[in-house]
Structure formats: structure tokens, C-alpha cells
Design a protein around this ligand. Structure first.
Ligand SMILES: [Zn+2]
Ligand SMILES: [Zn+2]
Length: 72
């Protein structure tokens, strides 16, 4: 399934909102998730918020490493 590129469209429907929350940072809920946390492998936060995370916000395992990902 192709991943749609980010748009500036601010109109949201219920399905759009679900997609948005799936793709946006669990901390600030504004920027797209780009940082993959290890060892749990959750894609959970944006680059700005990951610096403040000591544990994964999704599974609460401690974070030992983060990997920057690029979603086009
Ligand atoms: Zn964030
Ligand atoms: Zn996790």
C-alpha cells in the first residue's frame, strides 16, 4: 500500500483523523513520527520530542537507541 505524502490539507474527516493520529507524534501530536525507538521498534515520536523520552510512550520500555526514519 503506497504511503501518501504529507499535505497541508487541514480538513479532517473521521478516517483522516484516524490516519493522522496513526502517523503523528504521540507526544506533541503535531509533527509526523520519524524516530524509531529501540529495542521495542515503535515508531513513536518526532525528532523534537524524542530527546525528552527516556521510555517508549507506546509500550513504556526504556529506550536504548533511536533511529531517524524518512517517510516520503
Ligand atoms: Zn513530537
Ligand atoms: Zn515501544
Amino acid at each position: 500500500m503506497p504511503i501518501p505524502s504529507e499535505t497541508k490539507n487541514t480538513k479532517t474527516t473521521d478516517s483522516d483523523e484516524a490516519t493522522r493520529s496513526y502517523r503523528t507524534c504521540t507526544s506533541c501530536k503535531q509533527r509526523p513520527k520519524t524516530m524509531l525507538l529501540l529495542p521495542c521498534s515503535h515508531l513513536a515520536a518526532c525528532e523534537q520530542c524524542v530527546a525528552d523520552l527516556s521510555c517508549c510512550p507506546m509500550c513504556f520500555r526504556s529506550v536504548s537507541c533511536v533511529i531517524r526514519t524518512f517517510i516520503i
